[in-house]
Design a binder for this molecule. Structure first.
Ligand SMILES: Nc1ncnc2c1ncn2[C@@H]1O[C@H](COP(=O)(O)OP(=O)(O)OP(=O)(O)O)[C@@H](O)[C@H]1O
Ligand SMILES: [Mg+2]
Length: 274
């Protein structure tokens, strides 16, 4: 494998929902690379296909045509066993941490499970110390291990979900709207945690969001999806401030910004574009 090959490469990926006789195409030949240690944002309005692309990478939806490579290996259609093994390399954090954390398990068990289930063969003792380490890493007290997800706030639950995603030291994390359900202050601390983790471990992110401000803060590059087509991919700062494609400009004009003057200006731009 070439040293410069991207960690993830999606090539002309097509995903269809519906039935074979009445397929509904939701991704049209989408191509996107993510380098090692890179954060690539994926923005677009609701229904544009952002989560679907994440799911295709995770093997949760079938790819009708095209190809997905991870570290040079074709992972487009993996048998279930191999897909499970890939979970040590590719992980996911969803928007709703409550829905994705088993309410009947303690946080310690939630975090230890991926270690004990993996072929790496963690012992209960080594898993326990790994759990203590990861809790500290995400800024939760060691005592959190003995409590249940419902005992935590939304931001803390998202830290638990992030801890679970990183506990096996993956190389890529699909972050699907990971801060969208959080208030602004909590958003900022969770984003900082993701940024720190990336700096310390070199993990790559596919960062799905409809919020250009969030994406600007964390992403190196940004891709814009419009009704299943990637219409623009470029430098994060440039795409979120001065996008080239008319659809990206509309998205920017519609995105909320904290500065009221800028907001007025954006709204005027948005109206002019319609
Ligand atoms: N399981 C499914 N079966 C049929 N259609 C689906 C399914 N999941 C998603 N879709 C459709 O595919 C399209 C893309 O959905 P997707 O969830 O990828 O969008 P999204 O960009 O993530 O939107 P949001 O910002 O609302 O999360 C939408 O038209 C959606 O209705
Ligand atoms: Mg989505």
């Amino acid at each position: 494998m070439s040293e410069h090959a991207p960690l993830l490469r999606a090539e002309n990926v097509v995903v269809e929902y519906g039935t074979r006789r009445h397929p509904k195409r939701v991704l049209h030949e989408v191509s996107l690379d993510i380098g090692a240690g890179e954060c690539v944002g994926l923005v677009g309005e609701s229904g544009s296909g952002k989560s679907t692309l994440g799911k295709a990478v995770l093997g949760l939806v079938p790819v009708a045509s095209g190809r997905i490579e991870f570290d040079g290996r074709d992972i487009t259609h993996l048998p279930r066993r191999e897909r499970r093994a890939l979970a040590s390399d590719i992980q996911v954090v969803f928007q709703d941490p409550y829905g994705s954390l088993n309410p009947l398990m303690t946080v310690g068990d939630i975090l230890a499970e991926p270690l004990l289930a993996s072929s790496a063969g963690a012992t209960p003792a080594s898993a326990r110390s790994a759990v203590a380490e990861i809790l500290e890493r995400v800024g939760l007290p060691a005592a959190a291990a003995d409590r249940f997800p419902r005992e935590f706030s939304g931001g803390q639950r998202q830290r638990i979900a992030i801890a679970r995603a990183v506990v096996r030291k993956p190389r890529l994390i699909i972050c699907d709207e990971p801060v969208s359900a959080l208030d602004l202050t909590t958003q900022a601390t969770v984003l900082n945690l993701l940024i720190d983790l990336q700096r310390d471990t070199g993990v790559s992110y596919l960062f799905v969001s409809h919020d250009l401000g969030v994406v600007r803060r964390i992403c190196h590059r940004v891709a814009v999806l419009y009704r299943g087509d990637l219409v623009e991919v470029g430098d994060g700062e440039q795409v979120t401030r001065d996008p080239q494609h008319p659809y990206s400009r509309r998205l920017l004009a519609a995105s909320p910004v904290a500065d009221p003057e800028l907001q007025r200006q954006r709204r005027a731009e948005w109206l002019a574009l319609r």
